[in-house]
Design a protein around this ligand. Structure first.
Ligand code: PRP
Length: 207
């Protein structure tokens, strides 16, 4: 049988995902000692590819990976055609609106400016509230935007809250909870249903 290929998000989610595979009895040594190798077989039946979160979605959508492990933050921002089959429960954090302490961003009538690495998530949130906002896309250190006068508030990921605190910002309101999810290519789900179900239920049992 051709191994199932699974794309894992590098970085924050990587360690927890590899630990999950260890608990499933898969031999993950090749992932732990990967060097510069990009396609990593773990056992006979599974092959791992490590990728940036947005690329995990691209690979799964295009069918070059059968499954992916990616944060709900990336799923919410990029959308796409795939099945989301399992909440892994790790990689927990949340999207929140944050602003300088004491700022009343919902109080006035003027259009507010929002900085975010996640413009689609931010736009949808303020649209639901019927608020007109100007969104500015930022690539990193979004917390800087209100401090240097680029934006009134931010929509960003909050994990411990330390980054906000150290920069004099506070949460105005939560937007949505985030955790790691398993996604599956739509065609693969039909063509390799049994193999995929076995792997996903193995992951679920090992949680
Ligand atoms: C994320 C997020 C915040 C920080 C929140 O950034 O954008 O800056 O983590 O974590 P905390 O609540 O525990 O302080 P990340 O480290 O992913 O880097 P980025 O600034 O490049 O987005």
């Amino acid at each position: 049988m051709k191994p199932l290929r699974i794309a894992l998000t590098k970085g924050r989610l990587e360690k927890d995902t590899v630990a999950l595979f260890d608990r499933m009895g898969l031999d993950t040594d090749v992932v732990k000692n990967k060097g510069r190798r990009l396609i990593l077989p773990i056992g006979q039946d599974v092959e791992v590819v490590l990728a940036k979160s947005a690329d995990v979605i691209t690979y799964v959508e295009n069918g070059v990976c059968d499954l992916g492990v990616v944060g709900k933050d990336t799923i919410a921002e990029s959308g796409g055609r795939f099945y989301e089959v399992l909440d892994l429960g790790f990689g927990k954090c949340r999207f929140a609106v944050a602003a300088p302490k004491g700022a009343d961003i919902f109080g006035g009538y003027h259009e507010i400016t929002v900085a975010s690495k996640y413009p689609n998530v931010a736009r949808r949130f303020f649209e639901r509230r019927g608020m007109d906002v100007r969104i500015i896309k930022i690539e990193g250190s979004v917390e800087l935007a209100p401090l240097i006068g680029l934006a009134d508030c931010i929509v960003d990921i909050v994990e411990t809250g330390a980054t906000l605190k150290e920069n004099g910002l506070e949460i105005v309101t939560d937007v949505m909870p985030i955790s790691a999810r398993v996604i599956v290519n739509m065609a693969a789900m039909k063509l390799r249903q049994d193999d995929i179900n076995a792997l996903v239920s193995g992951m679920e049992q090992a949680l």
